[in-house]
Design a protein around this ligand. Sequence first.
Ligand code: FAD
Length: 306
Amino acid sequence: MQLLRGPMLALAAHPRVEGLVRKSGFSRGLVRRFIAGEDLDAALGAARRIADQGLTTTLDQLGENVATADEARTAVGSYVEILRRMAAAGLEPNISVKLTMLGLDLGDDVARENMLRILAVAREVAGFVRIDMEGSAYTERTIAITEALHDWFPAEVGTVIQSYLRRSADDVERMIRRNARVRLVKGAYAEPAAVAFQDRREVDAAYDRLSARLLAGGTYPAIATHDPALIRAAKDHAARLGIAPERWEFQMLYGVRRDEQAALKAAGYRVRVYVPYGTQWYPYFTRRIAERPANALFVLRQLVSG
Ligand SMILES: Cc1cc2nc3c(=O)[nH]c(=O)nc-3n(C[C@H](O)[C@H](O)[C@H](O)COP(=O)(O)OP(=O)(O)OC[C@H]3O[C@@H](n4cnc5c(N)ncnc54)[C@H](O)[C@@H]3O)c2cc1C
């Protein structure tokens, strides 16, 4: 699937393909499975239902790569609103943000300043802000900004490390040294061989090594995968190292492997569900489709029959 991801993401980025998928309707099939809704009320409703099952959530208002400072400011306003509304609803305030939505393309200082505003509110409501990791063009800047923010907000901010990147073992050590919280993922973007492993087995082996390292030395790591072998391996590492279930968590995406989410919870593990919502669902949706041939076939069938 790694090999197919590039061409599939490129095809999906074509405006005519996007037009076709959007025309096929938000309410239909797979979009609804992966996206909690188009507004905050729908996302809070989903978070409440998940909380009622004993799981926690992180909310992601979808959107990436804004072009103006005004758009970035609007994003700050909505993230602040999400944190406050989660707190008011009695949910643990936890959001996932993308620096490109907060103005990273306009400059590191723009994204950093905007993050400081969000983190001040996160502190007020005892919440947490995870900086999602985007394509490799942004990796170093995202890590450096996380480090600068972490100096001021050590309890409120953390980021994501992707096991497919060759640099990630060093980045994990950087985060461990400063006790910053890491979410470990395989990585969802199409990346060249110069920066990323292309062979699935290498990505998985790196994931296993990094998860063992984070469990042993990291601060409240999040093991974010749906891969049964890696989930099993993380449980084994934690048991071998004597790491109690309160010191780390599993994370999974909304709509993916709900059975496993419930089973992990029942077995005493912490599980957080990543709940994306909003009108700008298309790029997120295409990354989920590119992850699984069965999903891609389903979308093609919908388009052809629609
Ligand atoms: C909480 C969370 C946050 C994330 N944040 C980021 C981020 O900030 N940056 C980033 O680059 N990536 C992020 N990702 C995505 C991640 O990089 C992977 O692309 C994604 O999780 C799929 O990889 P996997 O580890 O589940 O393993 P895979 O090998 O892709 O999947 C293992 C199994 O999980 C199931 N599965 C996986 N994906 C799907 C799907 N889309 N539909 C149906 N079944 C599926 C299938 O049964 C599959 O066989 C995040 C993932 C999670 C869970």
